[in-house]
Write a protein that binds this ligand. Sequence first.
Ligand SMILES: Cc1cc2nc3c(=O)[nH]c(=O)nc-3n(C[C@H](O)[C@H](O)[C@H](O)COP(=O)(O)OP(=O)(O)OC[C@H]3O[C@@H](n4cnc5c(N)ncnc54)[C@H](O)[C@@H]3O)c2cc1C
Length: 461
Amino acid sequence: MANHSVDLLVIGAGSGGVRAARIAAGYGASVMIAEEYRVGGTCVIRGCVPKKLLVYASRFADDFEDAAGYGWTVGEPAFNWKTLIANKDREIARLELAYTTNLERSKVKLVKSRAVLEDANTARLLATGESVRAKHILIATGAAPHLGAKIAGLEHVISSNEAFHLDDLPKRILIQGGGYIAVEFAGIFNGLGSEVTLVYRGDNILRGFDDDVREHLRGEMERRGIRIITKRIVEAVEKVEHGLCVDLPDHESFTVDRVMFATGRKPNVNGLGLEKAGVALGKDGGIAVDAYSQTSVANVYAVGDVTNRVNLTPVAIREGHAFADTVFGGKPTPVDHSNVPTAVFSEPELGVIGLTEAQACAQLARVDVYKTSFRPMKMTLAGRDTRCFFKLIVDGETDRVVGCHIVGPDAGEMIQLVGIAVKMQATKADFDATMAVHPTAAEELVTLREKAYSRVREAAE
Ligand SMILES: Cc1cc2nc3c(=O)[nH]c(=O)nc-3n(C[C@H](O)[C@H](O)[C@H](O)COP(=O)(O)OP(=O)(O)OC[C@H]3O[C@@H](n4cnc5c(N)ncnc54)[C@H](O)[C@@H]3O)c2cc1C
């Protein structure tokens, strides 16, 4: 006999799980949510939110410097890492409490325990040993950092999880990885005053992003003093008297205070009892689901990073909501994963939606490319040598804007709005017909008159 019986058991109180639980409870379902760590999940506790707070902190360095060109005299700025981390932790605790309160208000029963499946309708709460019988189970267990192959000294390497809780700001840090988390932390530590080296095994950072964007961002990061080493990987890390000695191929080695690997994340499926429930995995190690987030077992669903689809908070939230609408609201709702706008909070920032030039060329018969690079107005009096980059990818046959790529201040804010236009299938003519907002950087989006070039696919023989 089970200790609890509910309509829905949600495993994982992160972005997707919390949304799904609240919406399902709103439809009248009895809902329990199990969380083994902290309510809010990766985004709130050790992802988007603390990361963005650190990004804000790191950007003050430029502001202090740039103010001089605008007539300000600023005293010698001093930064205190411990203050930042303590304030950040206080804000995260506030958010965690808000999430918990919202679950309680929604009449969702929260249990602080790891939950594992025993069959397709039963889970065990490891903290108490109790069992839960559920008509439906939603797996929303997220993902965790993956440090890659075992190398000597891996125990000295931190992931993004630990980077949020370091005792001191490292004077020298080596970050391995070329994805968005690696470049964001490179920008954070660089802005806060650390000497940063980024090591990446590929030939350029941000694989999967538009090549012009990758090139532009790399140039800007290097201009800011970040050393970027590509086509190399860390072979060993050794503790030495004044830090950590890092070995790269060809006998190159250097000493830093911290080594962080941002080498990818793996879906949290281990030890979850998926095999007992009969839940199948996909090729990439995530739980295989259909457009409604239903797994291979009819009453078991999965949303968010554990499904390894588009691993972003708003996507996990949308999937969680759609699941609840589908199963408890009587409104079958598939999730559309196309044209998801996204930002990388590097320095400078990046905002993208839609196809890269290479993707567009692979899919479309004719592609028109519009692009520009310029020095933002604010940088003129500041005397800072940095450039924005804007690129529009247009379907040459329909005139639809199928991709937009922005590098520069507030790119994340801009791409959210461009995202609506692209999702509505706006054409380049619609962009051109929109009056510019002057003087802004964003006006470049509607004043890009000169086509840079067209790429026409050769007719098949
Ligand atoms: C450093 C970093 C920065 C990021 N920045 C951004 C960003 O700027 N924008 C953005 O959109 N996304 C960002 N992300 C990604 C975003 O955080 C994730 O896509 C999102 O949190 C996924 O939500 P989720 O619900 O799938 O999982 P999570 O939020 O990870 O929640 C899963 C929860 O399940 C719990 N759990 C796991 N197993 C069990 C179990 N067996 N029993 C009970 N509980 C369990 C975990 O403790 C966790 O709380 C970032 C991620 C990282 C790591």
